[in-house]
Design a protein around this ligand. Structure first.
Ligand code: ZN
Length: 160
């Protein structure tokens, strides 16, 4: 069976950046299950998988625009240290959650000063070329329940 919109697909994947560092991978976890065509994965990545079947391995490279967008410098700002709740470790790389009109935003701390903290709301992979290696494990028809819910169930998908 070939991958097309509406099929449930199970994949193993590794994502590397331009420096060859692994930034995400299903290795050591369940393969990822998803319903193809509903936008669970990056659209360009789903597109490249069309026509492939179980056992196929494909390499897909995406530009930042096809991935998580370009970095936007206006998403970097300073907030007073005193406005951050809780003690504990506040250091470069710490992530903070902020609630705003567009929902939850993840802020990454990029600099810690005496009074202010510099935070970055860009996606951690914004501005990066993405290099995926995807191995297709399974392609199947969705169950009626999966169709109704609009997502894949079972290992690597929704557990409910
Ligand atoms: Zn469901």
């Amino acid at each position: 069976m070939e991958i097309e919109n509406g099929k449930v697909v199970r994949i193993d994947y590794t994502l590397k950046n331009d420096r060859g560092e692994v930034v995400d991978s299903s290795e050591g976890r369940e393969p990822l299950s998803f319903l193809h065509g509903v936008g669970q994965l990056l659209p360009r990545l789903e597109e490249e998988m069309v026509g492939h079947g179980a056992g196929d391995t494909l390499e897909v490279s995406l530009s930042p625009a096809e991935g998580y967008g370009e970095r936007e410098e206006d998403k970097v700002g300073q907030i007073p240290r005193s406005s951050i709740g809780g003690e504990g470790t506040l250091e470069v790389g710490t992530t903070l959650q902020a609630s705003g009109p567009e929902g939850e935003t993840i802020l990454q701390v990029t600099e810690v000063g005496e009074e202010n903290v510099t935070v970055d709301a860009n996606h951690p992979l914004a501005g990066e070329n993405l290099h995926f290696t995807v191995t297709v494990q399974e392609v199947r028809e969705p169950t009626p329940e999966e169709k109704e819910h609009g997502h894949a169930h079972g290992p690597g998908g929704h557990q409910h």
